[in-house]
Ligand binder design. Structure first.
Ligand SMILES: Cc1cc2nc3c(=O)[nH]c(=O)nc-3n(C[C@H](O)[C@H](O)[C@H](O)COP(=O)(O)O)c2cc1C
Length: 141
């Protein structure tokens, strides 16, 4: 059975602190292990970008739950597609602070007005950012 990859961006609830984000990761890891899902969650001061990889129906079910979660809002689905192989299989859900990354305005949306700053509403750039975050997290850069 083929795997799928889903990527979305959302607005982070302004009152959500780092400990509360870590709580999301803890419960996500538990669920994702059961559902054989893997991925990454990037965050900035006001937004999230997440990638989920795994079975089509498991991703879809999880995404439906995530969409109803009041800890973020205005979720925009950037891509949901069949993949040859997983690129984020190392983690049940890896958290990464995107503001730690060197940002390039060819990929990131660096306009201060962007409600999803610094995430672009563009699936190719989103994937590029996630891949950069993956390599940084693995200590390859
Ligand atoms: C930004 C964000 C990312 C999330 N990622 C996941 C995830 O990868 N997997 C998951 O099961 N739940 C994830 N959640 C949590 C779900 O929305 C939901 O709260 C949870 O799956 C329900 O688990 P519970 O009933 O055990 O609390 C995420 C929530 C937010 C706000």
């Amino acid at each position: 059975m083929s795997d799928y990859r889903l990527i979305y961006v959302s607005k982070r609830d302004e009152s959500l602190n780092l400990q509360e984000i870590l709580d999301i990761i803890e419960s996500s890891e538990m669920h994702n292990k059961e559902d054989h899902l893997t991925g990454m969650l990037l965050y900035s001061k006001n937004a999230f970008m997440q990638v989920l990889e795994g079975d089509l129906l498991q991703i879809n079910q999880t995404y439906q739950r995530i969409c109803k979660d009041p800890r973020h809002s205005d979720i925009i689905l950037l891509s949901f597609q069949m993949i040859e192989h997983r690129m984020f299989s190392d983690w049940l859900m890896k958290l990464y602070d995107v503001l730690q990354m060197k940002m390039d305005d060819r990929i990131f949306d660096l306009s201060e007005q962007s409600p999803y700053y610094p995430f672009p509403i563009n699936s190719d750039s989103a994937f590029e950012i996630l891949m950069m975050a993956k390599y940084v997290s693995q200590g390859n850069v």
